[in-house]
Design a protein around this ligand. Structure first.
Ligand SMILES: Cc1ncc(COP(=O)(O)O)c(C=O)c1O
Length: 379
């Protein structure tokens, strides 16, 4: 017999399977329409089940941020991008342990990191594709365009077995609503065109120009030169994405199901979802609070403790009772996915399936595994 949502212990993360399919289909169709290679970022779902669905819909590969994501995703995909500086001996060791059948690309923004990277690749007897990461306004990582990027591309070419495979940027600074992104798109285009010209002047070419985020996902084809896109959040969407207009509210596929546990204090209702179920990410579009009700977006969580969330009832005539169930759309879904071991997939009000968030956390470190005592511990 099918399990009704009402019977689940809360808080529990719920994904509406119809909305998820719609989001996956829409992005795959957009990439196909504009001839863009789709390389989704897995940081949002961290699950091989959804990665597989992305690949089945035509994704050319996957983007990862952590070595654990690389480990996990290598079981379903043989073309992975580490969109994170490959710095530090332990990180390099883990990257190089990936199966030799995995085509691996890493993004770099410093010439200093190249000798260790090249040495690690040489010892592992593997070719390594390298994207030069440029900062086109995010101010997080990335060298400045155009000269610094050209210099770094040349440095990559000089470090066998590294292969200069293209340039990468993350337009996370573009947070305007979708209809107001024109100026940002023009600026990104100008910077990329200049960089590609300067590379050509030096006899180099970028096989790929990899960019993309969910807020810019539906207009990234307007950015000159882009060949590959890496949206992540679009699979589930969230309150920020809807606020920016990069999805409709009904495209929010991920909610946290919670129970009203107290209405004792007038003007509010307390639910069993606090920071350990909703995260504590500020809304990066207009509005306040930490999460909103799916059915009543005007009702938001205004205060949280670790296991308590306070719903502000001042702007609503809705009066919940203790025991009522609510579904909350988080401000930033990627953080929330990472808080749970398992996601429940529902169709309507019924549970259809569930899947593990396999790539959450950092994974078991091999060295610790090797040294773990076998059998009972001596006292
Ligand atoms: C390097 C990189 N690429 C792609 C993405 C995906 O962006 P979004 O979550 O907006 O889809 C991120 C997000 O943090 C990122 O850091």
């Amino acid at each position: 017999m099918a399990t009704h949502l009402e019977t689940l212990e809360t808080p529990v993360p719920i994904v509406d399977l119809d909305r998820l399919s719609h989001n996956l289909d829409q992005m795959a169709a957009y990439a196909t329409l504009h001839g863009l290679r789709l390389r989704p970022h897995v940081k949002t779902h961290k699950a091989t089940r959804i990665a597989t669905e992305q690949l089945q819909r035509g994704a050319v590969g996957l983007t990862c941020a952590t070595t654990h994501e690389l480990d996990v995703m290598s079981s379903v995909c043989d073309d992975l991008l580490l969109a994170y500086p490959p710095v530090g001996a332990a990180r390099l060791e883990r990257i190089m342990r990936l199966s030799a059948n995995t085509r691996l690309t890493v993004a770099v923004d410093s010439a200093d990191s190249l000798p260790a990277l090249a040495m690690a690749a040489k010892l592992a007897r593997r070719d390594l594709n390298v994207y030069v990461e440029v900062d086109l306004g995010m101010r997080r990582v990335g060298v400045k365009p155009a000269q610094e990027a050209v210099d770094l591309a040349r440095a990559v070419l000089e470090q066998s077995p590294l292969r200069f495979a293209g340039i990468m940027f993350y337009p996370g600074h573009v947070r305007e609503s979708v209809t107001e992104q024109g100026a940002s798109i023009a600026k990104l285009s100008a910077d990329i065109e200049e960089l590609l010209e300067r590379l050509a002047d030096m006899g180099m070419s970028a096989a790929q120009v990899s960019g993309g985020s969910t807020p810019l996902a539906w207009r990234i084809h307007e950015v000159a030169g882009v060949t590959e896109v890496r949206p992540g959040t679009y699979v589930y969407n969230d309150r920020t994405t809807a606020g920016i207009g990069a999805c409709d509210w009904v495209d929010c596929a991920f909610t946290v199901l919670a129970t009203v546990v107290s209405t004792a204090v007038p003007g509010q209702a307390v639910i069993d979802a606090g920071t350990k179920a909703l995260g504590r990410e500020p809304l990066r579009s207009e509005g306040d609070g930490w999460a909103a009700l799916l059915d009543r977006p005007e009702v938001v969580v205004t205060r949280m403790s670790e296991e308590h969330g306070v719903l502000d009832l001042r702007n609503t005539d809705w009066r919940p009772r203790v025991g009522d169930r609510v579904r909350l759309v988080p401000n930033h879904v990627c953080i929330v996915t990472h808080l749970f071991d398992e996601i429940v997939g529902v169709r309507g009000d019924y549970v259809e399936t569930s899947w593990p968030v396999e790539a959450r956390g950092r994974g078991v470190v091999q060295r610790e595994r090797d040294q773990a005592p076998r059998g009972p511990r001596a006292m």
